[in-house]
Design a protein around this ligand. Structure first.
Ligand code: PHE
Length: 400
């Protein structure tokens, strides 16, 4: 993240209904891009002194852009609803959003800026675990509560008592897919292809391998790549030689889409399995039909008939035109947990808000009911989804 010139700020800040977004320039990337940089009307935004300012760090651009865009919409929706209902302690809420460009270094600098300069009351973010890990020390040191909507690597909340998440963690998520592979898909022999640049991918692969073996299965090979690679043929060829019945690929959608295509081109047609990192409409664009018959674990399914979930989906569709994915749901939930805690908190200092967040219990989220445990993690069920015809269909729920 670089310092903003006043001109840059004027050109790039976006204010809309309590929501301001700031895109961070890099030498290669200083022009207007995406929704983060569109000038927008300032009407409706209360003066800063009368607002309670939250911070958000999201991947609005870069390889994980769909994660950040969805999360940001969920957060924005929660804040709009809260403001329409009177705000918190009689004040309106606003959020300052920084784009991390899908990079941990940018996420860390954005967190620093939020706590030192913007002096936000709490931070919502990030999605990718590697980014949250890079941010957490900054929030912890400043005693500013940080709530990750979707980072599942266990180490994130181990960074300190100001760091929370509203999603399950990977020791559970890895177990869920290992169990499904053994019991439902009846697989005995699988291979793994992991992203060595992602704490999330490495952690999830490790748990899956361990649980799959404990349940009597055999992991034939573990191959790796680095986020952003475009040629996975060497790894896939090595995997093909081991004749697996399935391949576990706990990566992010942009890599997984390419991996799936190249696997099929090489005649590797067995089902693939993955985790929440697959969750993006872009996955289907990138993979075409290459993932038909593959499965992934996730936090939520839009097919959940619960009226609370269906109302959220209808409202979100009305506002943004598409069906919310898990990140939209988790962004919405994270913001609502923070807002509810600020309302209950005895005052608006970091320690008091932290205390109130820690007490979150039976909170009605749209991606499951949230109770935070003593390690500041939510304990929730996971959904298994099956890919087919350019979409993901709900298969089953696995409870903790
Ligand atoms: N769980 C992923 C991580 O920790 C992030 C993610 C969550 C991606 C939900 C997609 C959907 O890195």
């Amino acid at each position: 993240m670089r310092r903003f010139t006043p001109l840059f700020l004027a050109a790039f800040a976006l204010f809309s209904a309590g929501c301001e977004k700031k895109s961070q320039p890099t030498p290669a990337d200083t022009g207007p891009q995406g929704q983060a940089t569109q000038p927008a009307p300032t009407g409706g935004t209360p003066p800063a002194s009368e607002t309670l300012l939250l911070g958000e760090v999201s991947s609005l651009t870069g390889s994980q852009a769909s994660f950040g865009v969805s999360t940001q919409r969920g957060v924005e929706m929660a804040i709009k609803e809260a403001n329409a209902a009177g705000g918190v302690k009689g004040k309106k809420i606003a959020v300052r959003v920084y784009d991390n460009q899908s990079k941990p270094e940018e996420a860390a600098q954005a967190a620093t800026r939020l706590v030192t300069q913007d002096k936000v009351l709490a931070i919502i973010g990030d999605v990718a675990s590697s980014n949250s890990l890079a941010m957490a020390d900054k929030a912890q040191a400043a005693q500013v509560p940080m709530v990750s909507p979707a980072s599942t690597n266990p180490a994130v909340t181990q960074k300190g008592d100001y760091i929370f998440r509203v999603c399950f963690i990977d020791p559970f998520q890895g177990f869920v897919m290992a169990k499904f592979a053994r019991e439902n898909l009846k697989l005995d022999r699988v291979a793994i292809l992991q992203d060595n640049k992602s704490a999330y991918s490495i952690g999830l692969a490790e748990v899956f391998a361990q649980k799959f073996a404990e349940m009597g299965g055999k992991v034939l090979a573990t191959e790796s790549f680095a986020q952003g690679d475009t040629d996975f043929r060497a790894q896939l060829t090595a995997i093909k030689k081991t004749k697996p019945q399935g391949i576990y690929v706990p990566g992010y959608y942009n890599d997984v889409g390419l991996i799936a295509r190249q696997a099929r081109e090489l005649g590797l047609t067995v089902p693939m399995m993955g985790g929440d990192g697959w969750d993006s409409d872009k996955l289907f664009e990138l993979a075409g039909n290459a993932l038909d018959g593959s499965y992934f674990s996730n936090h939520y399914s839009p097919q959940n008939p619960d009226p609370r979930v269906q109302k959220f989906i209808a409202d979100y569709k009305a506002a943004y035109g598409n069906t919310p994915d898990a990140l939209a749901a988790l962004g919405y939930d994270a913001a609502r947990v923070v807002i509810a805690a600020m309302e209950k908190s005895k005052d608006l200092t970091g320690p008091s808000i932290r205390e109130a967040i820690a007490q979150t219990k039976d909170f009605p989220g749209v991606a499951g009911t949230i109770t935070l445990d003593e390690n500041r993690n939510a304990v929730k069920s996971a959904a298994i989804l099956k890919v087919g015809d350019g979409k993901a269909e709900f298969v089953t729920t696995v409870n903790p």
